[in-house]
Design a protein around this ligand. Structure first.
Ligand code: UT7
Length: 329
């Protein structure tokens, strides 16, 4: 346990999630694109994904997730003065989806903004919010990952459309004084990376200043895969080292849920058994920025994650971006 002077910690007090009610199974998808349930399961671990209803926006899912997280925390919007929302599928080009969530929650104080780091978005948003709280700039924060990737998929491209789904997850953070050791509750470390040279491996072929329309997701899956395990293992280890912890200290790993093979290989590389890894990719597919808080919510509500547990988060996505964090729950 590393001894540090007393510091302000960003303590996670609640988590919540929201999924559209419509479930799209692999079998159903195989009726419209040239794929099979067996191929998808073998290559990715995915069995199904949730798809937003017509008119159901990223902000709607985000608002539901935020409300559930506030309820678990026993807090209301009066306790929140910061909303950081990670999304690559905002309701509108501007303003930020976070401001729509703020309005939906009946909140007109504090500040709300989006961060864009695609699948690493939640770890980026958590890092930003934790910094605000640790410096005293914010007292309470909602950190949200929310996506409607179904809106940017090319449903005729079997190499991408089978991989993604819609959903949202949210965590409530509150500033509390810690002793400065790794026994403190709250965010203990965060590490972020990006490398823009990989744009062509994972991107959306549109945008306001290029085509003027939203565009569709394009990915060289094999290329992304190649970098994913290396980057995720590196960032996981960096997040542990940043807090003065090792793999032995970890209770649960909550990885970005893109592919079961990536999750397994990364856990092996870091040296953490799969029994300690939260896996929800089979049920949600890849929900980009929403995947980590969605998985966290599942594991908190089913009783696996308990107060005092040490969580290791790791994510990697378009940019490339990647990030890791340790949190004592
Ligand atoms: O969250 C952001 C980060 N994204 C990721 O982490 C995704 C990383 N990449 C992956 O997860 C994997 O690369 C995929 C799941 C996307 C693909 O798995 P793979 O083992 O790398 O397959 P592949 O792309 O090398 O394709 C193998 C074969 C190809 O056929 P040929 O060329 O060998 O004849 C594809 O055309 O599988 C074919 N294929 C499919 N077959 C049935 C590609 N998509 C499908 C499909 N159904 N849906």
């Amino acid at each position: 346990m590393s001894a540090r002077s007393a510091i302000r910690r960003a303590v996670a007090l609640g988590v919540g999630s929201a999924l559209p009610s419509r479930i799209l199974t692999n079998e159903e998808l195989a009726k419209t694109v040239d794929t099979t349930h067996d191929w998808i399961v073998e290559r990715t671990g995915i069995h199904q994904r949730h798809i937003a209803a017509e008119g159901q926006m990223t902000s709607d899912l985000a608002t539901d997730a935020a409300r559930a997280a506030l309820t678990m925390a026993g807090m209301d919007v009066g306790d929140i003065d910061l909303i950081v929302l990670a999304t690559a599928t905002p309701d509108q080009t501007f303003p930020a989806t976070a401001t729509r969530v703020q309005h939906n929650l009946g909140m007109s104080h504090g500040c709300a903004f989006d961060v864009q780091a695609v699948c690493s978005g939640f770890v980026y948003a958590l890092t930003v919010a934790a910094q605000f709280i640790e410096t005293g700039k914010a007292r309470g924060a909602l950190v949200i990952g929310a996506e409607t990737f179904s809106r940017i998929l090319d449903w005729s491209d079997r190499s991408t459309c089978v991989l993604f789904g819609d959903g949202a997850g949210a965590v409530v953070l509150r500033g509390e004084d810690g002793t400065g050791t790794t026994a403190d509750r709250g965010v203990l470390s965060t590490e972020l990376r990006s490398d823009g040279q990989h744009n062509a491996s994972l991107y959306v072929d549109g945008g306001p200043s290029t085509t003027g329309v939203a565009g569709h997701l394009r990915m060289n899956g094999r290329e992304v895969f190649k970098h994913a395990v290396r980057n995720l293992a590196e960032i996981g280890e960096a997040a542990l080292a940043g807090a003065g912890l090792t793999a032995d200290d970890v209770t649960w790993v909550i990885p970005h849920q893109a592919n079961a093979r990536i999750i397994t290989s990364t856990a092996q590389k870091i040296g953490i058994p799969m029994e300690q890894v939260i896996v929800t990719v089979q049920d949600h597919a890849n929900t980009s920025a929403a995947s980590i808080p969605l998985a966290m919510d599942v594991a908190v509500r089913d009783g696996r994650i308990k107060p005092g547990d040490l969580l290791l988060l790791e994510a990697m996505g378009g940019g490339f971006t990647w990030g890791g964090a340790t949190i004592r729950w």
